[in-house]
Design a protein around this ligand. Structure first.
Ligand code: ATP
Length: 296
């Protein structure tokens, strides 16, 4: 269809004002250069398939995005954002982007293939993880978060579906389409401010302050970490309910229970991660200009 051409070759090169040089530039590949294996996953705007480059024999996870769908759903900015971030990030726990290409109908991203699948499925298969397993994944996730936060990035959609495992069992975070940058991505991509408007994230892992309409902070990812640690040890997320509305009520009331078998250390960690931050609402950059308490 003619309007798939709305996304031109430059579409993934960031905003109109700045040109970016990518480490993983658009490659002169076509879909025919690959032989296809199993379907790795379905996203809201993509299909991810195992694909082996015929000439090199290297296998990738090829993320295939329908241009028509992107235009219809107005999600080009999120696609651009993910492409720019994956290109810039460099950490063993962040999935690597090797190349991109496109044709008339689809955009393609060649990602490192995480053959161990989703952490979500590990939890499902094992019912719940042992303390040692949970500690291992939580430690890797904390290291990844420290890196991302150090880059000024909040992931905003951390959950076991977005944590993949390599063949040898190490964690890789994916899905940067919802990320937020405290320096507004240096103007590289035009993402609307989230102040009090769109709810970003997934119901079960969203923090009370985001539900309350406040902007996401680094604490938003820490809240998600608390939910993930709970889910690894218990087998289900702490606030899961039959409907999103009920889940949100539970989150706002911080209404969750610890099963008997959880150790005091695990309870303490989860309790602290799922605590309403004492400093919630503090605008650190405005601190010295903001009104102070009355002096008695
Ligand atoms: P979402 O609806 O979560 O925004 P999306 O369209 O951004 O989805 P992804 O979350 O990136 O798509 O990918 C969808 C699914 O494909 C993932 O949940 C995962 O199971 C699988 N997948 C994605 N990337 C890889 C990868 N590099 N290796 C293996 N599987 C992957």
């Amino acid at each position: 269809p003619p309007n798939t051409r709305v996304i031109q070759d430059s579409a993934l090169s960031g905003s109109n004002s700045k040109r970016i040089s990518f480490r993983a530039p658009q490659a002169p590949f076509t879909a025919k250069d690959f032989s296809y294996g199993k379907l790795l996953g379905l996203g809201s705007y993509s299909k991810v398939v195992q694909a082996t480059k015929k000439d090199t024999g290297v296998t990738y996870a090829l993320k295939i995005m329908d241009k028509l769908h992107i235009v219809k759903e107005n999600t080009l900015n999120y696609v651009k954002l993910e492409r720019i971030l994956l290109d810039q990030l460099d950490h063993p726990g962040v999935v690597q982007l090797h190349f991109t290409f496109q044709d008339a109908h689809y955009l393609y991203m060649g990602l490192e293939c995480c053959e161990g699948g989703e952490l979500f499925h590990q939890i499902q298969r094992k019912k719940r993880l042992s303390v040692d397993e949970a500690r291992f994944y939580a430690s890797e996730l904390i290291d990844i978060m420290e890196y991302l936060h150090g880059q000024g990035l909040i992931h905003r959609d951390l959950k076991p579906e977005n944590l993949l495992l390599t063949r040898d069992g190490h964690l890789k975070v994916i899905d940067f389409g919802s990320a937020k940058s405290i320096n507004n991505f240096n103007g590289l991509v035009d993402i609307p401010d989230d102040k009090g408007c769109t709810l970003v994230g997934t119901a079960e892992y969203v923090s009370p302050e985001v539900l309350d309409g406040q902007p996401a902070t680094m604490g938003t990812d820490l809240w998600a970490l608390g939910c993930i640690v709970y889910q690894m040890l218990v087998g289900r997320p702490p606030f899961k309910c039959a409907t999103e509305y009920l889940t949100f009520q539970k989150i706002l009331n911080r209404d969750f229970e610890f099963p008997e078998f959880l150790s005091a250390e695990a309870r303490d960690l989860i309790d602290r991660l799922l605590a309403h931050s004492f400093f919630q609402g503090t605008e650190w950059s405005e601190l010295w200009k903001s009104p102070a308490p009355l002096v008695a």
